[in-house]
Write a protein that binds this ligand. Structure first.
Ligand code: 5AD
Ligand code: SF4
Length: 423
């Protein structure tokens, strides 16, 4: 394909880790002179980054591949590449069903994706120093791979493999490099960052070391496991000013019976204890969570407990999922007793309650001053974020505000975004 103008389109399904990996891949491709397009029809390299966590995510991938295949009928030069968890799990099935797919790279082999794409498309390294159009102010850094927790519903340990903490010195170096290039906020990623280990480092000492990097202004991390969230880490969140006042702490359920069947290894009482400790230590901390409804054996009473917990804890946002049986997981052998209709209802009830609470929380911020970090400026409108992770749109800024902290007075609030004026 040398000599032709090459564009890639990348569709990303799934978690933050996938978003990070797609961005990294995009950046690497831009060094080969391949630029990003936002319309599938304009691309000659089509990449699909897949997720296996829920059946729905896999169905989404199949329907995307159907569309890509249609395009290839008109233009056989298009290359179709599938990467990520589905590629790892059922790569051969994808290849069977979609003959037009040119390359499959599983999540365990993701480090070789660039090389394989370069070979497939005959790309030539121009070492283009081109920065892609996503914000450089906030960047993701993966600190570990895999997961050892084997929650009974979850396919991640099966496709991503055992947990491995990356070399702490590499993480520090990668972050320093990002900071030199203008990044202000680093988001540390892992399936369970709390259990991070590398030689003498644990997660807390890793974050403390990162915090000493000059020019690094904010540190966020996800995701956390309630069984591994230590007092040491809570204390560090309270004292280290660079660490954001936000924690994503998946609860999954508030019924101890269900938590046990999920193999989560904590009780609801333990979870509530953590919420209290976090709120004592870090005033105004935003706690967000994940919830699964309709797990095998979840009765109306179990669900009621979760609903009540959502009402009482008042999360600053949550994701709620209908249980989806995944092959080879322990829960796949449990009797899925809840009808789809009932699951949909439980899903809706949690979502409605949580949206109501979210709106109340953001409305209570109206009239307050918030310190925000400016991430993007588009058509004169500043896109910034609070330490809690709320997006704030600010009018009246200029290019020079990019990457700066601003004091903003909040004048309007919607479910997940705020609007404000510079103080
Ligand atoms: N069904 C429904 N939700 C699931 N999750 C993980 N596996 C499943 C499944 N089989 C949810 C969990 C997890 C989030 C990333 O996805 O809530 O925290
Ligand atoms: Fe899956 Fe549980 Fe590991 Fe999270 S902690 S990736 S839910 S097995």
């Amino acid at each position: 394909m040398v000599g032709k103008v090459l564009n890639y389109f990348i569709e990303t399904i799934g978690c933050q880790m996938n978003i990070y990996e797609s961005n990294k891949l995009g950046l690497a491709l831009s060094a080969y002179g391949v630029s990003k397009v936002n319309v599938l029809q304009e691309a000659n390299i089509v990449i699909l980054n897949t997720c296996s966590v829920r059946l729905q995510s896999e169905q989404k991938a199949f329907s995307f591949l159907g569309r890509a295949e249609e395009l290839k009928k008109d233009n056989p030069n298009i290359k179709i590449i599938v990467i990520g968890c589905m590629a790892e799990r059922i790569g051969f099935k994808i290849q069977q069903r979609f003959k037009s797919v040119d390359l499959i790279v599983g999540s365990k082999d993701i480090d070789n994706a660039v090389l394989k794409i370069v070979n497939l498309c005959n790309l030539y390294d121009f070492s283009f120093d081109k920065v892609e159009d996503f914000s450089n102010i906030v960047r993701y850094v993966t600190i570990m791979r895999g997961c050892d927790n084997y929650c009974s519903y979850c396919i991640v340990p099966l496709v991503r493999g055992r947990e491995i903490g990356f070399n702490a010195l590499d993480i520090l170096e990668e972050s320093s490099l990002l900071i030199k290039n203008g990044t202000k906020e680093v988001v540390l990623l892992g399936q369970n960052v709390n259990s991070y280990r590398y030689k003498n480092f644990n997660f807390t000492s890793l974050v403390k070391s990162l915090a000493t990097i000059n020019g690094l202004e904010r540190i966020r991390f996800m995701t956390n496991h309630p069984k591994d969230l230590s007092d040491e880490l809570i204390e560090m969140m309270a004292t280290e000013s660079k660490v954001c006042s936000h924690i994503h702490l998946p609860m999954q359920s508030a019924s101890n019976k269900v938590l046990k069947a999920m193999n989560r290894k904590y009780s609801y009482e333990h979870y509530i204890g953590l919420v209290k400790k976090l709120r004592m230590a870090v005033p105004n901390i935003r706690i967000t969570t994940d919830i699964i409804v309709g797990f095998p054996g979840e009765t109306k009473e179990d669900f009621e407990e979760t609903f009540k917990a959502v009402k009482e804890i008042r999360f600053g946002g949550l994701y709620v999922f209908r249980y989806s049986s995944r092959p080879d997981t322990k829960a796949a052998n449990m009797f899925d007793n809840t009808s789809l209709k009932e699951k949909k209802m439980r899903h809706r009830l949690i979502l409605e309650e949580s949206n109501k609470i979210s709106v109340e929380i953001v409305k209570s911020m109206v009239g307050n001053a918030q310190q925000v970090l400016v991430e993007k400026i588009k058509n004169g409108v500043i896109e910034a974020r609070t330490s809690g992770g709320y997006k704030v749109f600010v009018t009246g800024g200029s290019e020079k505000d990019l990457g700066r902290h601003l004091n903003v007075s909040i004048k309007e609030a919607k479910v997940n975004s705020l609007f404000g004026d510079i103080v």
